[in-house]
Design a protein around this ligand. Structure first.
Ligand code: SAM
Ligand code: SF4
Length: 354
């Protein structure tokens, strides 16, 4: 019998206030290992128009009852608290696929009002972006990252279980035309996509996009990830190096996980996020809110703290901020992939918000 991981948490989110014992008296989201969260990822839905094999189960994630999802008003309230009271300087909406939310422009508009001047972006697969980009930019969207693993249509269909490459490319063009440049593209590095990586990079450069490859993490709902089968960044560098001259440019932003290489002397670059083989956990500056309104301090930590109950139970902003600080104080040191006894998290990437 095949056991399918539904991508939902093993245990209910914490409804008791997390301990802050030993925590210094600071407004920021600090943890026991000296890290400070500045980058907020908010998942707005579990739904998606694709079924990428490294992320979603074939039938999609179990649907979250509508009332259990945070509303646009609730999301914007958390964005206000995070940016005004907790030191967050950057907000990214993700999912699932954020474009599956019909009220995405409202979420962006209310969040932009709640956090004036703060960088507000989405991570998207790009499907439908061409129809909605104008309203999203008018609402206050400042940046878009699009996920694209291959420019080969047949390969794309196999990888995502949907024949939608033309729609993704239309979305990328629309974001470009709307002035959201340079557009960042994210590609997950897989054995199956390695040979096509140089073509993808050539396409990205020709189309004015900045491509970043991400090592595949054990966050697929089907739990098929295997350490021995994953493609390490070093192997990608060999494959790209056979076609391009790559010059190491290092980490452009110390808190950004991507290491950059100049391509053929520049100015074009390619980024590599070696999340597994060169983990950047010690510099992680992320805090996450799931679509159901729980704080997740680490992609790999299943302990979550329920802010939705507070939002709906009449808590004031100070109380919500205090619980959020407590949740981050308990952040684990690192993902632990490769350590003895490593167990992947119960939620898959699409259920957390990547
Ligand atoms: N649907 C949107 C998209 O695909 O951009 C947003 C959500 S998706 C979960 C966010 C990012 O997570 C995407 O760039 C995707 O490639 C990445 N991702 C998903 N599963 C992953 C995995 N197992 N390892 C590494 N990255 C993964
Ligand atoms: Fe959907 Fe994004 Fe996951 Fe692909 S990576 S299945 S587009 S949520």
């Amino acid at each position: 019998m095949t056991v399918v991981n539904l991508g939902t948490p093993r245990s209910a989110a914490l409804r008791t206030e997390p301990s802050t014992e030993g925590r210094p008296d600071t407004r920021d989201l600090v943890d026991r290992y000296g890290r400070v969260a500045r980058d907020l990822r908010v998942s707005v839905t579990e739904k998606c128009s694709l079924r990428c094999t490294y992320c979603m189960p074939e039938d999609g994630l179990p649907s979250i009852p509508r009332d259990d999802l945070l509303s646009a008003v609730e999301i914007s309230r958390l964005v206000r608290i995070a940016t005004r009271d907790l030191g967050i300087t950057e907000v990214r909406l993700t999912g699932g696929e954020p474009l599956m939310r019909a009220d995405l422009a409202e979420i962006i508009g209310l969040s932009a009002e709640a956090a004036p001047g703060v960088d507000l972006s989405i991570t998207t697969n790009g499907i439908g972006l061409d129809h909605r980009i104008r309203s999203l930019v008018d609402a206050g969207l400042t940046r878009v990252n699009v996920s694209l693993d291959t420019v080969d249509r047949e390969h794309f269909a196999r990888l995502t279980r949907r024949d939608r490459l033309p729609a993704v490319l239309a979305g990328i063009r629309a974001a470009h035309d709307a002035g959201l440049t340079p557009l960042k593209l994210n590609a997950v590095l897989m054995r199956d996509t390695l040979a096509g990586a140089p073509d993808l990079l050539a396409w990205a450069i020709e189309n004015g996009c900045r491509l970043r490859f991400i090592e595949q993490m054990p966050l697929d709902a089907d739990h098929t990830w295997m350490r021995d089968n994953m493609v390490p960044a070093a192997e990608l560098l060999d494959v790209l190096g056979a076609r391009f001259t790559l010059t190491e440019a290092g980490r452009v932003d110390p808190s950004a996980p991507a290491e950059e290489w100049l391509v053929d002397g520049g100015p074009a670059t390619v980024g590599i996020i070696a999340s597994v083989t060169r983990s950047f956990c010690s510099a992680c500056d992320r805090t996450r809110i799931t679509a159901e309104g729980t704080v997740r301090s680490c992609l790999f930590g299943d302990d979550e703290t329920d802010l939705r109950a507070l939002l709906r139970g009449g808590a004031d902003d100070a109380e919500i901020a205090r619980w959020w600080r407590g949740a981050m104080w308990g952040k684990q040191a690192g993902h632990g992939i490769g350590a003895d006894g490593f167990v992947p998290p119960v939620r898959s990437m699409g259920a957390i918000g990547g």
